[in-house]
Design a protein around this ligand. Structure first.
Ligand SMILES: Nc1nc2c(c(=O)[nH]1)N[C@H]1C(S)=C(S)[C@@H](COP(=O)(O)O)O[C@H]1N2
Ligand SMILES: [Mo]
Length: 320
């Protein structure tokens, strides 16, 4: 992944966060308060800008310890290498992504394999809004109000067998609509994976929307994963297949640079990337831009109370 400009250190101010937050709260009140919007289970998403209904969640919002990133930043500063490697490429290029019709095949070591149509997935479980920190391995972070439900809800339906030890997430690789598929920057399709217990963890979110609306294409429409205690690249965008397997999947960034990116990729301020420190992060939107004072990175991105026990006895420096 690309290197960031060096931090210079500067005066930190929260002033810049006030306006986006006010805007966001007003938008959310309007969305969640609207009588026209049925409870999340009946959410419908039809095209760009469509509204998604969700109940506000107390799972992670209460201890997010921060305010949401401006929608404009979250939807214009992206990593989605299928559409280009510059942060501004996905927002510029992803309009070609065709998000309907869309199916997700759930297969492998399960008793009830099934290909789900997007509409079935949208109705599978009530939607919640979850305010999660997102920490990219490159050293920047955001706070994003996602909409979705725990991946565990889907996993329960397909009934994994005893051979299901890991879950593989395969994302769309369509050279016709994705200009960088075919380029050598990564092996396509972009594949990610989790251990079954990580995939079953209630914080692991199958997401269909953000900021009260269906996902913008550049954020992984129509369905993506969000694993908030891991570096952002573990959260695959535009998922088309979920496969339950016995062996640890060989994932996109591990294949590309195994000495730099591990399968676990839990956010950990004490385990540096070989080429940069992971002790601090630049919060997108902080006053000062690239010169803003960096924030300390938290163990498991601040979700240690919820997920720490998944890794008891595991050497996190070796299993990075
Ligand atoms: N299919 C796919 N998924 C992907 C990526 C990608 O290049 N392709 N980039 C990852 C990385 S590095 C990050 S940080 C997050 C960014 O998500 P966001 O743009 O919605 O903030 O998406 C992840 N999911
Ligand atoms: Mo990332």
């Amino acid at each position: 992944m690309l290197l960031l400009p060096k931090d210079r250190g500067f005066i930190h101010s929260v002033a810049s966060e006030i306006t986006p937050r006010d805007l966001y709260l007003r938008r959310r009140d309007w969305l969640l308060g609207s009588a026209a919007l049925a409870f999340g289970g009946a959410a419908v998403a039809q095209g760009k800008g469509a509204k998604l209904a969700a109940t506000p969640s107390n799972v992670a919002g209460a201890n997010a310890m921060t305010v949401p990133t401006a929608f404009n930043d979250a939807s214009s500063y992206n990593n989605f290498y299928e559409f280009g490697t510059d942060k501004s490429d996905p927002a510029r290029n992803a309009h070609t992504l065709k998000t309907r019709p869309w199916t997700v095949a759930v297969e492998g070591a399960v008793k009830k394999p099934k290909t789900y149509d997007l509409d079935e997935l949208l109705k599978l479980s009530p939607m919640e809004e979850r305010l999660y920190r997102l920490r990219c391995v490159e050293g920047w972070s955001m706070v994003i109000p996602w909409i979705g439900y725990s991946l565990a809800e889907l996993i329960k339906q397909v009934e994994p067998t005893g051979n299901a030890k890991y879950v593989e997430f395969i994302t769309l690789a369509d050279p016709k609509t994705m200009p960088y598929v075919g380029s050598r920057v990564l092996e396509w399709p972009y594949v990610e994976g989790l251990r079954l217990d990580e995939a079953m963890h209630p914080l692991t979110l199958l997401s269909f929307g953000m900021y009260g609306e269906v996902l913008p294409n550049q954020n992984g429409a129509p369905v993506r994963l969000v694993v908030p205690w891991k570096y952002g690249f573990k959260s695959g965008k535009s998922i088309v297949k979920i496969r339950f397997v016995e062996k640890q999947p060989n994932t996109a960034w591990v294949k590309a640079a195994p000495q730099e990116y591990g399968f676990y990729s839990n956010v950990n301020p004490k385990v540096d990337h070989p080429r940069w420190s992971q002790a601090t992060e630049r919060r997108i939107g902080d006053a000062g831009g690239i010169f803003a004072k960096k924030r300390p990175t938290l163990m498991f991105n601040g979700y240690e109370p919820q997920v720490g026990q998944l890794y008891s006895g595991l050497d996190l420096a070796k299993n990075f």
